[in-house]
Design a protein around this ligand. Sequence first.
Ligand code: B12
Ligand code: SF4
Length: 440
Amino acid sequence: MAADVLLINPRTSMNIENNEPLNLLSLAAYLRRYGIEPCIHDEIRPRESLEEALQGVRYAGVTANTCTYPRAVEIMRRVKELRPDIITIAGGVHPTTMPEKAIQDGFHIVVAGEGERALVRILEQSIREGIVTGEYISDEEMFRPARDLVDMPFYTETKRRCPHDPNLDFAGWDMRMACFLGSRGCPFSCMFCHNIWRKSRMRFVPVDWVIEEIADLRARYGVRAIWFMDDHIFLNKPRSRELFERIIAERLDIVWASAARADSMDDDLLELAHASGCRRLAIGVESGSDRILKRLVKNSSVEMNYQAIARCHKHGIKTMSAVMIGNPDETLEDIEATKRFLLKSKTDYAALSILTPFPGTALWKECEEQGRIPKDLDFSTFNYLKAPIQVTDHVSPRELEILKRKILIRYYMQPRQLAALAAKFLRNPLSMYHKIVEYF
Ligand code: B12
Ligand code: SF4
C-alpha cells in the first residue's frame, strides 16, 4: 500500500532478532492519530522488496541502535539509488547520540530524541534536511503499538522458533508471546546506560491501555505470554500494584517477564506480581564486586543482589542475572567474584555481556577522555559479544572473550542447567546450534 512515510527496521546478523520493532510500531501509532498512514518495511520479516515498499513514498525513515547502524546506512544508500527523490531520515538511539555523523554519512534528516512529534513536524512542514530535535511525549501520547503493520503471527511464534533464548524461558514451549513497553525512562544514573543521556522524566502507559492491549493480544493472536520490556517494572510501585491487580481481576491469565532493580523487591509486591503471572525478573546485577558496582554508579550492592534473588525465588519467580565483565578498572579478581556470584546466588539464568561503551553514555565520554576510542570502530560489533573498546587495562579484550566462554561453560555445567539445556536441544537442535556458534 502506498504511504507518505515508510519506516524501516534493519536486520542484523545476530541470532536474537526475535521481537516486533516496538519503537517503529509506537511511532506508527502516533502518526495514525494525526491522520498519517505509515507503512513498515521490516527486514526481519519482509512482506515485499524494498523497491516495492518504496512505491509512492515521500519519506523513508530508518531506525538504528548502534549495532544496526551500519545496516541502516546501507539501507539509506540503497533507497537513494532506487529513488533519489525520497528524503531519508535516521532515528533511534544511535543517530540520537551521533546526529552529525548520520548527516555526514548521507541521511537528509536526523531525528535526535523521541520521534513522534518530530516526524509529524517533518511531514506537516515538509522539512527536507537537517537535525530535528525530538521532544518527549506525554504518558497519554504513548499509544498502543500499531502491530498490524508487521507480521505479528510470526513474532508471536518466537518461543517456538528460538527455544534457545533464555529470555523466553518464562513462557511455555508452545505459548504465543508478544512484547510491550509500559514505561519510558529510569531516574538512575548508571554510567553505561542509555537513560543517562535520555534524561527523560518517567512516563507510564495508562494502566487501562495496558489491560486493553493484553486482552487484544489474547483475542487477536492467542498470546499467553507477555515480555514487558520496561527498564524497571517496579519503578512506580502504586502503578505496578494497580497493573498486577487489574491483570488478576480481568482474568487475563497470562505469564509475564520483565526487569527490575534489586532494591525494589518488596515481599508483598513480588507476591502480587507472581499472582498476576510474573515468572521471571531480570536483575541488573552487573558485577559480583562492590568496588565495580560503585565505579559503575549502580547504586546497589552485591548483598542486595543476593537478597533480591532469594526473595524472587521465595515467591516462585525465576531470576535472570545480567552481569558484565570488562568494567572500568576491573581486575581478574573482580571477574572471579562475578563468576562466584552467578554460581552461589543460584540465579536461574545468566546474561553475561562484555561491557560495551555506547555513544552518549558517561562511560563513552570517559573512554573518549582517556583516548580509548579507536578511529576505525565497527559499530556492528556493539552487541555485548566482543569488546570493541578496551575499558580496563588489567584484562585484554581477547582475555575477556575467553573468560566469558569459560564462565558460561562453568555456569551451564551445573546439573540443573545441563538438564534445561538438554531439553532445549531436543526441542530445537538447530536453534541451539546457532546460539552456541554465536557465543563461541
Ligand atoms: C525492546 C528492546 C530490545 C528488543 C527488541 C528490539 C526492538 N526491535 O524493539 C530485543 C530484545 C530484541 C533487543 C535486542 C537488543 N538490544 Co535492545 N532494547 C530494547 C529496549 C528495552 C526498548 C526499545 C524501545 O522500544 N524503546 C522505547 C522507544 C520508544 O524508544 P527508542 O527505541 O529510543 O525509540 C524512540 C526514538 O529513538 C525515536 N526513533 C527510533 N527509531 C526511529 C526511526 C525514525 C525514522 C525516527 C524519526 C525516530 C526513531 O523515536 C522512538 C519513539 O519515541 C531498549 C531500552 C529502552 N528502554 O529503550 C533496549 C536497547 C535499545 N537495546 C540495546 C541493545 C544493546 C540491544 C542488543 C545489542 C543486546 C543484545 N546483544 O542482545 C540487541 C540488538 C538487537 C538488534 N538487532 O537491534 C541498547 C542499545 C544501545 C545502543 N546505543 O545501541 C538499549 C538502548 C538498551 C541498553 N542496553 O542501553 N532490544
Ligand atoms: S537502573 Fe537499570 S535502567 Fe536504570 S539507569 Fe541503571 S542500568 Fe539503566
